[in-house]
Design a protein. Structure first.
Length: 409
């Protein structure tokens, strides 16, 4: 007798996936629209672009640093408490930003408090929370849905923030972010608890301690290749999120072009994330990463040669958006294949830390380039070169072919 391959227990896991996607939509939406506040902060505080860029670069680094730390806490005591803590930290940092006028004040509010709060509701926490409830063969699709939630945040938040900034002011936009951040606290109820791993699908022995797992991961070359590729991804994304509004301004175009472009990136990545999540169940995920990084290098070079008109930015955003954060599902998927889901929040959190080290340099060096040379040209060349290297570094990863499980008989 044939039975449906999706049991009631498996079907019941999808509400966790959807709630994780909504939480990520809010935390990522706030982060991916910070570049819109660059000019208002410059006018209000009197701080130069390089100083504001440095505070935002610190936020990239801190967001990455807290991922493995909060991931370890979530692996031990469950993600619910971590997400609630993050909700209040993100809200407090957003409100505090409206009062600060110094370098150190901005570093603390945006660079540390807000970034740590967003990190507590970031990729490693929500993906780790669902990984222990979903069989390995379904995790690629689940990660694609969760990642699409983060991309939807980028589609919604930039134009929403730009609208509030234009009509009510940037401070009111920050207060709106704070209010929305607090809505993730009650959502954490869905992800509370620390479920036991599904031993049938685990790649690591259930008795393995976190310290032992970290030692094993530190000796795995494929894991380090993931880190290297993700470094470039962070550099690329942080540079664009932070400095795309500045690039648009240098081209003499309206700030609305920047907000629309960021929204297009988010919308395109919703589609890209879902497609990558589905394809990852059938194709080696390292090859998906190779082609995504290689395509970025090509798209950047085409952008550099194209006339700087609004349609150029929109097409550029759509092309980049297809792969924007679609690197997350295959990176998390390969990590789960290599080590299992028991400590995925920690191990994937470490790759996100490397991602954000790249993000730090992308945001910071972009500001230095603008101050030193008056344009971002050298950053674009560096971005294209790093994308090509990231594509190549994924090829040596040792990854088994995906096996699609048939319906149980």
């Amino acid at each position: 007798m044939m039975h449906n391959s999706s049991s009631p227990a498996q079907r019941s896991t999808w509400p966790f996936v959807m709630m994780a996607a909504v939480i990520l939509m809010i935390t990522m939406g706030t982060r991916q629209s910070l570049g819109l506040f660059m000019a208002p902060l410059n006018l209000h505080t009197g701080l130069d672009i390089a100083s504001i860029s440095f505070a935002m670069a610190i936020s990239q680094l801190v967001w990455g640093m807290v991922q493995p730390a909060f991931g370890a806490v979530a692996d031990r005591w469950g993600p619910g408490r971590v997400i609630v803590l993050g909700a209040f930290m993100l809200a407090a940092g957003s409100v505090l930003t409206t009062y600060v006028t110094s370098d150190w004040g901005l570093i603390f509010s945006i660079g540390i408090l807000s970034a740590a709060g967003a990190g507590a509701g970031g990729f490693s926490i929500v993906i780790g929370a669902t990984a222990q409830r979903i069989p390995v063969e379904r995790q690629s699709a689940a990660n694609g849905v969760i990642n699409a939630g983060g991309s939807m945040g980028q589609f919604i938040f930039p134009p929403l923030n730009q609208l509030v900034i234009s009509t009510l002011g940037w401070m009111q936009a920050m207060w709106m972010i704070a209010a929305l951040a607090l809505t993730t606290a009650p959502m954490a109820w869905w992800l509370r608890g620390s479920p036991r791993p599904q031993k049938k699908h685990e790649a690591a022995p259930p008795s393995l301690t976190l310290r032992e797992q970290l030692k094993i991961a530190s000796r795995n070359r494929s894991y380090w290749c993931l880190h290297a590729g993700f470094f470039t991804c962070g550099f690329h994304i942080a540079f664009l999120v932070t400095h795309l509004p500045g690039e648009v301004n240098l081209c003499g175009l309206s700030a609305n072009v920047a907000s629309i472009s960021l929204a297009i990136i988010g919308l395109a990545n919703v589609i890209g994330s879902l497609v990558v999540g589905a394809v990852g169940m059938r194709v080696r995920m390292k090859m998906i990463l190779f082609w995504m990084y290689a395509s970025r290098a090509v798209v950047i070079l085409i952008y550099m040669a194209a006339p700087k008109e609004p349609w150029t930015f929109y097409l550029f955003a759509a092309a980049l958006g297809a792969t924007w954060l679609a690197t997350v599902p295959p990176t998390a998927g390969i990590t789960a294949k290599l080590f299992g889901g028991r400590y995925l929040a920690t191990l994937f959190g470490l790759t996100l830390f490397t991602h954000q080290i790249g993000g730090f340099f992308g945001a910071w060096l972009g500001g230095l380039a603008l101050v030193s040379f008056g344009s971002y040209e050298w950053m674009w060349w560096a971005d294209a070169g790093l994308a090509l290297l990231a594509a190549l570094v994924n090829l040596p990863i040792k990854e088994a072919k995906p096996e699609l499980r048939l319906a149980a008989v």
